[in-house]
Design a protein around this ligand. Structure first.
Ligand code: G3P
Ligand code: MG
Length: 248
């Protein structure tokens, strides 16, 4: 079983790769995060038609690709044809929506850690979770450099039931009253929350209970300056260059 005391070997995680520097959740974005000094990346995994697993954030394809329509209904062969870079800038035209496998290979090739966020739109937990875990078992080597996160507690519960030997992170926009019971029920490693809604007393309670504390999405170091003193372990940022002073 994973120990929640285990040291987290990063202070700076790139958000969706490095979403301010390159089109989010693409291999270019993952490489940009590494170039910018991030030591881990956060990316979103989404289950689509035919059991495909892609790195994608939205419930529809429209914002971040040349495609349209509901993400989970898309076929892998069709997604593979889409351009996921032009919307961001012409410099990234031709960038693809990565499969989970593409991303796992890229991230390990760059020696980065991975915070893999399980996305879904309220359905399919029983399908996406086993598929993601199977892919990680076969294609991710170092469990210490891996965290599985989700806003969906049921998804994390299923992760815990299938494979208790994973670092699980419960995501919250704002931390609910019963956070501790939720984290205990999945032997969580970390609580990941919105920095702007976190209070000092909440942060201190999370740390006192022995959990790692990560905050998203901070792009201005001043905005989370106090949070380090409260015990925040790592920041999830769209622009890791802003936090380069932490690894200097
Ligand atoms: O993991 C932190 C953050 O990614 C959660 O929000 O919507 O950017 O996936 P979102
Ligand atoms: Mg995310």
């Amino acid at each position: 079983r994973v120990s929640k005391e285990r040291v987290l070997n990063t202070k700076v995680m790139g958000h969706r790769g490095a979403a301010l520097l390159a089109p989010e959740n693409t291999l270019a974005s993952i490489r940009a995060a590494a170039d910018a000094g991030a030591t881990w990346v956060e990316i979103d995994v989404y289950l689509i038609a035919e059991g495909g697993l892609i790195i994608f954030h939205d419930d529809t394809l429209d914002r971040c690709t040349t495609g349209t329509g509901v993400t989970r209904d898309a076929r892998p062969a069709d997604v593979a044809e889409l351009d996921a870079g032009s919307w961001f800038s012409a410099d990234f035209s031709g960038e693809k929506v990565p499969t989970l496998l593409d991303a796992l290979e890229c991230i390990q090739g760059l020696n980065l850690g991975l915070n893999l966020e399980i996305k879904h739109d309220g359905v399919d937990v029983e399908n996406i979770v086993p598929a993601v875990l199977a892919m990680l078992r076969d294609h991710w080597k170092d469990n210490d450099n891996l965290m599985i996160s989700s806003f969906n507690h049921a998804a994390l519960q299923l992760c815990y039931e299938i494979d208790g030997d994973r670092h699980l992170a419960q995501l919250y926009e704002s931390i609910p009253e019963d956070w501790q019971a939720q984290l205990e029920s999945i032997k969580a490693y970390s609580l990941n929350c919105d920095y702007s809604r976190l209070t000092q007393s909440q942060a201190q309670a999370v740390k006192a209970a022995g959990y790692k504390l990560l905050c998203y999405t901070a792009n201005d170091p001043q905005a989370v300056e106090s949070h380090w003193a409260w015990g925040m372990d790592a920041v999830i940022t769209d622009d890791p260059t802003k936090f380069a002073f932490l690894s200097a």
